[in-house]
Design a protein around this ligand. Structure first.
Ligand code: GTP
Ligand code: MG
Length: 446
């Protein structure tokens, strides 16, 4: 089992050399999936292992109509797995699926090494990548919820984390100890929720106060590794006035869940309307529900966006499935009504690259964040979206509200401006969010 947000006993710390990789065996249980689906899911699990510094030494698979209640795979297969573990020197087995606490415990007993399931692995990756306080709290909350039903027989581990105050000598305390741990965990979860909602409230207030500097907000969303951060960096490199452009760049890497924390950057490209762009955590199939719940506040940037850029790796044969998973996740986040542009990235890797032509107004754009192909078309599509989303504002702003006047000049297209005795009479075409902000400042309580 992963040992949670404070770091794992199994997993070496980041940036450790490849010699520190932990040997692991993959275990795939196939029930109804096609060859292709099953193969793809196993490949993805191997990539998750890589992101967690595990080295896959062997893969054991089985086809069953449904998982075995006691051991997930059949007992014969579990023995085969045990032999594979011994032969390869694996220190853990990573299962494709989500196991019940009992299945995990039983399988562990048979094979003699730790058993991880997919959710546990994803949580471990998240716990290692989380940088900001908010992301750390979110991961800890998701992790504790995952651990809660899995406590049986694992209380020593929590003792080491300071949760139970136990040591090996306490082992005999058994159920009482588990009960104690449960209560402590529940308390901790409640504390985390409180702290997270405090952070969320502060951010909400800041967001309203800033009015986002009058700029439209665009959010990058999509499957992990699609190229969201690379697109952000590409747009940043075209942006003006960044003496510290390099510092503004976000982390991009060929690795699942390279990004966890949300970054917001101003993109100001000559001749284009400036906007704010947010880059955030990628999605994955069967993303653990607790994790989505825990990441709601991080994903708030997506929720309040004016336009979503749904980024896909168009060279991946499964990109349409990834698109569907992204849309399902957006539905869970109540973000379905936000205007969107489908961005088919990595066009440079497609065989028919040269024949791909973008059709204005189609809502889809082929691009390459790497070569810059199609970026102009993407910016045109964005401009069209901004125009369609614009609202006309006709307001009188008292001279005492200089900040608001500046905000309108930054984010809107001012069509007329007259300086009268009661204030500045302004007509402008503004992004929806700015128009709403101006209304709420001028008529508080409306
Ligand atoms: N060939 C090619 N590679 C690309 C392109 N865009 C991104 N990549 C590569 O794809 C990998 C993933 O890119 P990221 O930008 O980190 O992807 P992401 O969507 O931010 O991924 P997560 O943060 O993990 O969700 C990196 O190795 C990039 O160099 C592209 O247009 N063409
Ligand atoms: Mg990223």
């Amino acid at each position: 089992m992963p040992s949670g947000p404070e770091g794992s006993k199994l997993i070496p710390m980041e940036n450790s050399g490849s010699e520190n990789l932990i040997p692991a065996v993959l275990v795939g249980l196939r029930t109804y999936e096609s060859d292709d689906e099953f193969g793809h899911a196993l490949d993805e699990l191997a990539s998750l292992c890589e992101a967690c510094e595990l080295e896959v030494k062997d893969t054991v698979t089985q086809t069953l109509p449904h998982p075995e209640t006691a051991t997930w795979i059949g007992t014969g297969k579990a023995e085969e797995l045990m032999y594979s573990v011994r032969a390869t020197g694996a220190e853990c087995a990573v299962c494709l699926g989500n196991l019940s606490p009992t299945q995990m415990k039983n399988l562990q007993k048979i094979i003699g090494v730790e058993v991880w399931d997919r959710t546990g692995l994803i949580l471990e990756i998240f716990s290692r990548r989380a940088r900001t306080r908010e992301a750390r709290l979110q991961v800890e909350s998701a992790y504790l919820q995952y651990m809660m039903p899995r406590l049986t027989g694992m209380w020593q581990h929590l003792g080491r984390q300071g949760g139970g105050g136990g040591s090996r000598a306490n082992k005999g305390i058994g159920e009482k100890q588990i009960e104690l741990d449960r209560r402590q965990i529940s308390r901790r979860i409640a504390e985390l929720r409180k702290e997270l909602s405090q952070i969320e409230r502060t951010r909400d207030t800041q967001r309203r106060g800033r009015g986002r500097g009058g700029l439209s907000q665009v959010a990058l969303v999509g499957y992990t590794n699609a190229g969201k951060s690379s697109l952000m960096n590409r747009l940043l490199s075209m942006s003006v006035s960044s003496s510290e452009k390099e510092e503004k760049k976000v982390f991009e890497k060929d690795m699942l869940f390279a990004t966890l924390d949300t970054s917001i950057r101003k993109i100001a490209i000559p001749e284009r309307r400036p906007f704010l762009l947010s880059d955030t955590v990628g999605f994955i199939e069967n993303i653990p529900h607790d994790l989505i719940k825990a990441f709601r506040s991080t994903l708030a940037e997506v929720k309040y966006a004016d336009v979503l850029l749904i980024v896909m790796d168009s060279s991946d044969p499964h990109h349409e499935t990834h698109k569907k998973i992204t849309e399902d996740t957006l539905r869970d986040l109540d973000c379905l009504v936000i205007p969107r542009i489908y961005v088919y990235n990595k066009a440079d890797l497609r065989d028919e690259n040269l024949t791909v032509r973008n059709i204005p107004g189609s809502g889809s754009v082929y691009i390459s964040a790497k070569t810059g192909y199609g970026i102009g078309d993407l910016l045109d599509a964005l401009s069209a979206c901004f125009a369609a989303e614009s609202r006309t504002i006709d307001v009188v702003i008292p001279y005492s509200m200089g900040d608001l006047i500046n905000l309108i000049h930054t984010g809107a297209e001012v069509t007329s401006e007259n300086f009268e005795a009661d204030g500045v009479h302004i007509s402008a075409s503004a992004p929806r969010s700015l128009a709403e902000h101006v209304t709420s400042v001028l008529s508080p309580g409306m």
